[in-house]
Design a protein around this ligand. Structure first.
Ligand code: G3P
Ligand code: MG
Length: 254
């Protein structure tokens, strides 16, 4: 990394993907708390709006896989969604976990870890409300300098940038990206990119760094893959197992 992303001298981010999602139900307070205790210095969380416009922390557009409910998140109210169990699918000891509000994860992280807030919105249109609500929540917690937003939805990032030009953001890419001055990250002044580990190599990492972009890589699980990414010089590894990333990063650094 050429410079520290948050200007605090930290040069490597151990990013817990949906919390410590290897050992706890993804995107729950239990998962985020475990990640903080096990060495993550950044939490990745997915945020979308409920039918009544509340930003909640949830990955799928449908409730069925990770709760005891069903249907589309965008069709139900936040109170209905928060009456569901979001932990028992993962194991009995997590019974009673709820789908968190964005506010709750901001509370949990404040003063402890940074956040990578991934904006989930299916279409190009209608992202304004999601961006507005997320920015308001972050500002209410005075955490604008502790957050980097990301999204596959470039329109969401564009709206974010036009709302608050100082806020950090990094577009997410499923495939390889050859950056040019006209491509999205440079054109809109992104601080970084979030790349799929399948398409990354050391030359690409250097090229991004030469352009002043921080490189995050997702979703990296397994000792060999994590080692490989750290050796390539990426600035952040997004993994389901932050304890494993912490132990490998310590070994590589020594
Ligand atoms: O931030 C990387 C990763 O979270 C993107 O994919 O589907 O796990 O949200 P997904
Ligand atoms: Mg995500």
């Amino acid at each position: 990394m050429l410079r520290s992303l948050f200007g605090d001298g930290v040069h490597f981010y151990n990013v817990a993907h949906r919390g410590f999602s290897a050992n706890a139900p993804e995107n729950t307070l239990a998962s985020f708390a475990l990640a903080v205790n096990e060495g993550a210095n950044m939490l990745e969380l997915d945020v979308m709006l409920t039918g009544d416009g509340q930003p909640i922390v949830f990955h799928d557009y449908r409730l069925g896989r990770t709760t005891n409910g069903s249907g589309l998140v965008s069709r139900l109210t936040s109170s209905r969604i928060r009456s569901l169990d979001a932990g028992i699918w993962f194991g009995d000891k997590f019974e009673g976990e709820r789908v968190p509000l964005l506010d709750e994860v901001l509370d949990l992280a404040k003063g402890k870890v940074r956040l990578n807030i991934e904006l989930k919105h299916r279409r190009r249109d209608g992202v304004n409300l999601l961006v507005e609500k997320c920015l308001k929540a972050v500002e209410r917690h005075r955490m604008s300098d502790d957050v980097i937003f990301s999204s596959f939805n470039l329109e969401a990032l564009r709206v974010l940038h036009y709302n608050k030009s100082h806020i950090r953001f990094a577009p997410l890419y499923r495939h390889n990206l050859v950056p040019t001055p006209r491509s999205f990250p440079l054109r809109y002044g992104a601080q970084g990119v979030v790349l799929n580990h399948h398409f990354l190599n050391g030359t690409a990492v250097r090229r991004f760094h030469d352009l002043g972009l921080t490189v995050f890589v997702y979703t990296v699980n397994g000792r060999r893959r994590i080692e490989k990414m750290i050796e390539m010089g990426v600035d952040g590894v997004i993994s389901d197992n932050p304890a494993e990333v912490a132990s490998i990063a310590a070994k590589v650094a020594s």
